[in-house]
Design a protein around this ligand. Structure first.
Ligand SMILES: Nc1ncnc2c1ncn2[C@@H]1O[C@H](COP(=O)(O)OP(=O)(O)OP(=O)(O)O)[C@@H](O)[C@H]1O
Length: 341
């Protein structure tokens, strides 16, 4: 087939959401490049296509619309991401995993529920300490549902201009209703902070009210997830708006051991130090444990070694402890304020 025809076929299948036809046309383009001896380009296209096919994208037409920006700062109000993580990448409890699959199954069987005048859980609240998987769980849900992730940026959303934050929120919701997404509001407490908060000023009240109304009126076919590290600061009226609340806890000793084993599986010399290190790391987040492993692996690589030695791991744990002390000190001397967040 001539090149122009191939490109037209690709565009047509993309625009009409025909995933198989799109893949076939894309593979024909790659074959065409190979025939022309454009090996580097053909390999690069194959790599991109394989990356795309594992996440089963839905090709929502709304992604062709430009991302709205904050009129004052010019920053985009959100990022659109192709999710990479899967449920199998998560370390979570059996109960939590089942509850997450229940939500996804409801979502996938929307039409059946609708026949009985029921609706799937569509608004989720994720709470818990930082680094315990709120963001990657949202990402895993998006890839299991085959949906792109719309990651709402608070630096873009919160405006210093009166009334503009609420307008930005409405721009986000307007965009969301034009497609199907997993919409992730990170650091949600930045706008969901209690209206009774003594540090609060009038503008924040307006923003919370606007958000409540938008959540109530939300009609789209997307899954909305809001995440917060400060659930105690959330306005009580907001809690009721969510269909399900998930709490993300720091990993227990057994989970830490499984995390360490997975993260170091190819790099660790045979050792029986992991159970005692796991015991020592109770109280650390998943992200902390990951940082310790990466730190130990980096030291090993830079020292020209093949395997992480016990002392590399012990040193990385000590370094993380020091880091934690600095963070704890910072937290004890600063209390979060609206302006700061
Ligand atoms: N439950 C988990 N299972 C596997 N890896 C995890 C888990 N939680 C965190 N991690 C690792 O830590 C990193 C940070 O996690 P994540 O961004 O999901 O945390 P978070 O709870 O959203 O934190 P924050 O509140 O700071 O945004 C992830 O990229 C992942 O590598």
């Amino acid at each position: 087939m001539a090149r122009a025809d191939l490109i037209k076929k690709m565009f047509k299948s993309y625009a009409t959401g025909q995933h198989d036809a799109f893949m076939e046309a894309a593979q024909d383009v790659i074959l065409d490049e190979r025939k022309k001896q454009h090996v580097v380009l053909a390999n690069e296209l194959t790599r991109l296509l394989n990356g795309a096919s594992t996440t089963r994208p839905d090709f929502p037409l709304a992604s062709l619309q430009p991302v709205p920006r904050d009129p004052e700062k010019g920053l985009p109000l959100f990022d659109i991401k192709t999710p990479q993580k899967r449920m199998e990448d998560l370390f979570t409890t059996k109960g939590q995993e089942q509850a997450l699959w229940d939500v996804m199954n409801e979502f996938k069987q929307w039409e059946i529920l609708e026949m009985y005048s029921l609706k799937p859980a569509q608004k989720l609240l994720f709470c818990g300490p930082p680094g315990c998987g709120k963001t990657i769980t949202a990402e895993a849900i998006a890839s299991e549902l085959g949906l792109p992730m719309l990651y709402v940026r608070f630096d873009g959303l919160v405006s210093s201009l009166l009334g503009e934050t609420a307008s930005n929120l409405s721009r986000v919701f307007e965009y969301v209703t034009r497609g199907q997404w997993v919409v992730f509001f990170d650091e949600f407490d930045a706008i969901g902070r209690s209206r009774d908060d003594s540090t609060e000023h009038g503008e924040l009240k307006r923003v919370v009210n606007a958000f409540l109304q938008m959540l109530d009126r939300f009609e789209g076919r997307s899954l909305v997830i809001a995440a917060t590290n400060f659930e105690q600061a959330l306005d009580p009226a907001l809690w009721r708006r969510f269909d399900e609340v998930f709490r993300f806890e720091k990993p227990d000793e057994e989970t830490i051991l499984r995390l360490l084993t997975r993260l170091l599986k190819r790099n660790l010399k045979k050792t029986n130090i992991l159970p005692s290190i796991s015991r020592e790391l109770v109280g650390f987040s998943h992200a902390d444990v990951e940082r310790i492993c990466l730190d130990a692996i980096k030291r090993t690589v830079l020292a020209g070694g093949m395997y992480v030695e016990e002392q590399d791991l012990i040193r990385a744990v000590a370094k993380q402890r020091d880091r934690q002390k600095i963070l704890n000190f910072r937290h004890s001397t600063t209390s979060p304020t609206v302006d700061e967040e």
